[in-house]
Design a protein. Structure first.
Length: 225
């Protein structure tokens, strides 16, 4: 969309758009919701990681005995950061795209119901690496299915920046225009947002309209708790 910052990339992939249409439906079951979020995350992850660093490493040979130089992704410089609890649904998809597993560090954030402001209740990032030069983990892949007001994403980006990463790749299934814009402007020269789709409005309770509903409840079967 033309009114979003240049570091926001909204997917136009037809398979993603078709699956997202299925995900919107209130008739989609919890198991189907999990599958669709996984599939959409695969497509988004492929797009988001298209420009990730690639290096040559050692030598090997094919089954016919021909030598070649393998290429790989230096996964030790990457970490995957799901925002609890919904971000957990995207972890396997992103990991499956990489040649070897990367570290996973969880952030627990929720929106306070009356103010809609983020509250951190869990953070398992290791000791700050801001004193390392260069930091071992240079790029964080932040995953969360939904950005509504943008407050949670902003808080997570601030935490990762203070921890010492140099770049944050944010992968989300659905966002509200204003929330995505706010989050993308937080650290615009070091963040990229890869989004399945954006909707234009929020309800009074801070839910995306028409959106996906409460994606956490849909994923984990806790609707009506």
């Amino acid at each position: 969309m033309s009114d979003l910052p240049p570091n926001v990339h909204v997917s136009r992939h037809p398979c993603l758009r078709a699956k997202l249409s299925q995900l919107r439906s209130k008739s989609t079951t919890s198991r189907e919701t999990q599958r669709l979020v996984h599939d959409i995350s695969l497509i988004l992850g492929t797009e988001a990681l298209a420009n990730i660093e690639l290096v040559e490493e050692g030598t090997d040979e094919t089954p016919l005995g021909f030598p070649y130089t393998p290429t790989t992704i230096p996964t030790q410089t990457l970490t995957l950061v799901p925002i609890l609890r919904s971000g957990l649904s995207m972890v396997d998809a992103i990991q499956s795209l990489l040649p070897t597993p990367i570290s996973v560090h969880h952030l627990g954030l929720y929106r306070e119901k009356s103010t809609l402001q983020p509250v951190e209740y869990y953070n398992n990032l290791p000791q700050s690496q801001s004193q390392s030069d260069p930091p071992l983990v240079r790029t964080a892949i932040l995953v969360d299915p939904v950005i509504a007001t943008g407050g949670t994403a902003i808080a997570a980006i601030q935490t990762l920046r203070e921890w010492g990463v140099q770049r944050v790749i944010v992968v989300i299934v659905m966002g509200a225009v204003e929330g995505v814009r706010r989050a993308a402007e937080e650290w615009s020269d070091a963040t990229e947002f890869w989004v399945g789709a954006v909707d234009g409005e929020l309800t009074e309770k801070g839910m995306i309209k028409p959106g996906l509903g409460d994606i956490g409840d849909r994923l984990f079967g806790t609707i009506g708790k």
